[in-house]
Design a protein around this ligand. Structure first.
Ligand code: AAO
Length: 476
């Protein structure tokens, strides 16, 4: 449960927030597979409450474990997982089993009816016996309050109950049968680790018919917000799986917003209070904190500050620490606003511009050249160690990944122009930030590495992007 089960040679996951299953299947074949992405996280797949105005967060209010949502039905989901696996891209499902829907939200996306007021969810079925007594989460210093009471009024399932465990395990096993590679466990902090251990322990090994190794376990990354100062610590969960490392999001935002110097990134990792690398799912922003939900605060970087966002994303993808997840958003101004629709209800498909970027209301950060080319960088770097660290004592830094890849950043208010050790074999390389390799030429800047591994690296302060990146697969 600690390995993402990626195909060899691939790395990097994208969260296709609120995308439809048919659109994701096409995206795997047309873009994610060809550009080296290893995996994708989907929005919750099970039936949720239909809420007026169709906010994005209705999907976090389960009505049943039927696989019908605004993203599509079970047959469409199964087909998507299969088509994505066929092109080497693994699927991770956002599973919501801490709770069911809140009082008043009774009609589901598969047509099921529930009565959350009396804790009755007949389409599972769950009854009042399956829930904790009603109380509100009010005190993040009290583990019992956090785990036995209701998060924002959502009916709180008792995972200590054997029927509840059975239903959750059946749901997860059904997804494993369909070929998924793992799970993001929503609100894990609000469940007892001992109950989660039992549930995870009963989940099947991955489906070998979808190309997984015999005995492979689902990758589990648990949503545990731990910025310190509360009763619950991520270390209670890292024995069970990985955790979503919110300190990574918080710290990388502060650094690239200029509130911390880039040179301090020299010891990026557990020294910053992060969980161990193989237990950390890392991200610049997530679907909550990009819009002020959950934790992270005002320093979180999003697509709305593109230069800093691309720099932070490039750093995350270049650095060997953690399992990185790229956010792929829809554009929003209102924090409750749901995804783009064709008619106020049905989700609209993304459309694509000639430079591969998205329109029709979708931002698709994963289709920004500076981001997808850094997924290519991460694949080229493979397991090579971080070497050749350089900094100017302030906000200009550079490092290599062994002799496979090299990256430099300039977040100072003046130009970077230095002869730096790249670690790379002699030759001319294409900077995959300002352009891409196209045949034997480069549409952006070229970098000449001498026989001593050194190259003149230049990033002017007024350049569109404050990053330069080269690697062995972008040698001209
Ligand atoms: C919606 C409405 C509610 C309504 C409810 C029921 O917005 O008004 O009462 O329906 O009808 C999402 C949305 C919610 C939405 C919900 C259900 O975000 O707005 O409620 O769907 O539709 C906590 C949890 C964490 C959770 C996060 C949002 O610990 O698990 O809140 N995230 C997940 C999902 C999220 C989803 C749910 C869970 C529910 O990713 O999309 O909610 O399935 C502290 C705690 C955190 C806590 C935050 C927020 O954070 O540490 O654990 O997150 O508070 O309450 C500093 C601190 C930091 C602190 C933060 C905020 O940064 O360092 O620790 O301040 O105080």
């Amino acid at each position: 449960q600690f390995s993402p089960n990626y195909k060899d040679g691939r790395n990097g996951m994208v969260h296709l927030f609120e995308w439809k299953w048919d659109d994701i299947a096409a995206e795997c074949e047309n873009f994610l597979g060809p550009y080296g992405f290893a995996g994708l996280q989907v929005s919750p797949v099970n039936e949720n409450a239909v809420i007026g105005g169709r906010p994005w967060w209705e999907r976090y209010q389960p009505i049943s474990y039927k696989l019908t949502t605004r993203s599509g039905n079970e047959q469409q989901f199964a087909s998507m997982v299969k088509r994505c696996n066929a092109v080497g891209v693994r699927t991770y499902v956002d599973v919501v089993f801490n709770h069911m829907s809140a009082n008043g939200n009774s009609r589901g996306t598969a047509g099921s009816q529930a009565d959350p007021g009396s804790k009755s969810f007949p389409a599972v079925p769950f009854s009042t016996l399956d829930f904790n007594p009603t109380c509100s989460i009010t005190n993040y210093n009290d583990p019992k309050n956090i785990r036995n009471c209701e998060l924002v009024g959502l009916r709180d399932l008792n995972q200590g109950n054997s029927w509840v465990r059975d239903k959750i395990v059946d749901f997860l096993n059904h997804l494993v049968d369909l070929g998924v590679a793992g799970f993001r466990v929503d609100a894990a902090k609000h469940m007892w680790p001992a109950d989660l251990a039992v549930i995870y322990g009963r989940v099947k090994n991955l489906n070998t018919a979808h190309g997984f190794n015999a005995g492979a376990k689902p990758y589990i990354f648990q949503e545990v917000i731990d910025l310190g100062g509360e009763a619950i610590s991520k270390s209670e969960y890292t024995g069970l799986g990985a955790v979503t490392e919110f300190r990574h999001s918080d710290s990388i935002g502060k650094v690239f917003r200029g509130k911390d110097q880039l040179r301090y990134l020299v010891n990026w990792g557990t020294a910053w209070g992060f969980a161990a690398s193989d237990r950390s799912l890392v991200f610049v922003d997530n679907h909550d904190n990009q819009r002020g939900h959950g934790a992270g605060g005002a320093d979180v970087l999003t697509y709305k500050v593109p230069k800093q966002y691309k720099m932070a994303s490039a750093f995350m993808l270049a650095h060997p620490f953690g399992t990185p997840r790229v956010m792929s958003s829809f554009a929003f101004s209102d924090t409750d606003q749901g995804p783009p629709t064709s008619d106020g209800s049905n989700i609209a498909s993304p459309r694509f511009n000639s430079d591969m970027s998205c329109n029709n209301g979708w931002v698709c950060e994963h289709r920004w050249r500076q981001i997808y080319n850094m997924v290519g960088f991460r694949n080229a770097a493979a397991n090579a160690q971080l070497q050749n660290w350089w900094d100017n004592g302030k906000n200009q830094i550079a490092f290599s990944r062994g002799n496979r890849a090299f990256v430099a950043f300039n977040n100072d208010g003046y130009d970077l122009s230095s002869s730096l050790q790249t670690g790379l074999p002699a030759g001319t390389y294409c900077d995959v930030i300002s352009g891409s390799k196209s045949g034997s030429s480069c549409t952006g800047k070229s970098v000449v590495v001498g026989s001593d591994g050194r190259a003149n690296i230049s990033i002017r302060q007024n350049e569109q992007d404050g990053v330069l990146a080269i690697h062995v697969n972008a040698k001209l």
